[in-house]
Design a protein around this ligand. Sequence first.
Ligand code: GLA
Length: 690
Amino acid sequence: MTSERSASIPEHRLKRLHERLGGIAYGGDYNPEQWPREVWDEDVRLMKDAGVNLVTLAVFSWSRLETADGVYDFGWLDHIMDLLQANDIGVDLATPDAVPPAWLIAQYPDILPVRADGSTFGFGSRQHFDVSHPAYRQKSLAMAEKMGERYAAHPALCMWHVNNEYGPVSYGPHADRAFREWLQAKYRNLEDLNQAWSTDVWGQRYSDWSQVNAPAQPRTWSNPSRRLDYHRFTSDSMLEHYKAERDILRRHTPDLPIVTNFMRFYKNNDYWAWAAEEDAAALDIYPDPREADAHVAAALNFDLMRSLRKGQPWLVMEQATGAVSQWSVNVSKPPGKMRLGSYQAIAQGADSILFFQWRQARGGTERFHSGMVNHAGPNTRVFREVCDLGQELKKLGAITGTTSPAKVALVFVWDCWWSLELGNSPRSDLNYAQEVLRLYRPFFDANITVDFVNTTSDLSQYSLVVLPATYLLTDQGAQRIEDYVAGGGHLVASYLSGIVDQDNSIRLGGYPGALRKVLGAWSEEMHPLADAGEAVKLSTADGGTASADYWTEHLHATTADVVARYASGRLAGSPAVTRNRFGRGTAVYLSARVDGTFLEELLSVAWTAAGIRPDLEAPLGVQVRRRTGHGRSYLLVLNHNDAPARVDVGAGGTDSLTGAAVTGTVELAANGVLVLEETSLEIAAAEIGR
Ligand code: GLA
């Protein structure tokens, strides 16, 4: 394949990045403009000690790079780029438009985003822009053009980082206009919009396009279909801005990866649409050390990143060595946790470990957010751990580009997230991410690798598909699920799935409207349980008992078998959990939030029936993942417990960090990590197992 052809493929751009870096990317955000010149030499010296091979520059540097309108100063950036190049450290160069400078805001105050209540955000933080503002757009793209021109040929430049954590939503006049244009392109005629938004409810009909605008704070509750479209619009409008910058940078550097950084459980942007426009998914991840099971939510986000580009390796763009500065109490990470979290990301498909940030700031908002070098300097536990990890990762270069195919798919859809949480629904505390996490956790605990999918994804490679509160289903999405089960697939759907169509209108004839046929069951009424802590009993078909809280439904089985019934409360005697044979497949419906033990049991019955088995049997809290490819297989075993754990690794393999042969039962220290390169026998077995 010629370099020109291969460069046009994101996977190849990534491959070349890792070849150039000599394996896993290691480093972080570097803000030299915050420090006197003499610190820069110490920085690069310490970076060499730490094994840093990539730093992200200029993320917040607009005011230093364009000091007044059209007055550019790239001298300091040239200098640091040269210094890094001389020390063989690559640069992930950011376009700095997450922070429009004070002079630009003074010139165009209406760049500042407007809140739903009509008030305006002030200058003094960051992400203070309305992405639809013409001057913001023009000036930010001009900066991307300048940076592309200037640095395309610089030997330190390895990749581009566009903006930072896109997300600010505005309800101002520029957003109004852009939303209207977006709606006109979508609906073409106003009557279709009136229908889709059910504007005859509460007399909201529009008679002219000029009346349609962003859903700013209304007198009371507002139209949910309009707000759903606003979510779609804001994600699309920010993505348009990303794409415009990406296209400029691509023109200058066709061979370099271009990404922007995503956030954990971030609701505003539809990352399926975003990831499709990037060379890799890139995540900022800050698990709270106060939460004993923070690694489970992190795992979900890591699997989501791995899935967004169909299993392709992804990037940890930011994490913290220790404390952050965003919570009420910012706890530092215990020894070993930073290393463990880094290996967890690698086990789940990451090919980079980057931190925010290299040097802990001495001033500014995040002066207490930890760095790779903290306020105390390099003579610290944290810097020693940073150096040790950097040296270890050098031994794992061959893992880059390997992947982890899965047999289970969990559906994760931003349309569902947006539509489920719009309020004026049976519960005001509906939380999509928590619903997904609840159904993800049993797979995580059992060490079964899960892919996330969209309702437009091809499901044919999966033996089991799970729909957690998949509230909005398009006709095509519902049909795809029906075809999947009819063709022999196993399905588990939870309550609040298939309730509305693409316009956020209820599907009539009984819940879950879009899935009644495939589930062989329907609900006539939703019965959320009124009080926190209120629970009902369930009796199972095999004589067991269980319980449910939070959510129940008055369910009827048509063709489905009843797996469990309500045994107390108003629904006593009615079906609670059903299993339907449909075509050549099986579809299970959970009409209630069943207790954790029963949920695990139901899911393990489903995955066993689907022929799925864990990567390795291991005690709870010990995570096992396998990455394969290029004729290699790696088994990563991670002990998230605060106590040692014993794990039988069977035939095992070679410890990638020590070179020792490892077989049978091993003891992993608390927060311990084992990376085994398996022999060809296990590779073959792993491939057959899939
Ligand atoms: C985000 C931002 C960084 C930094 C970190 C730490 O991920 O991208 O600039 O603020 O959070 O809070």
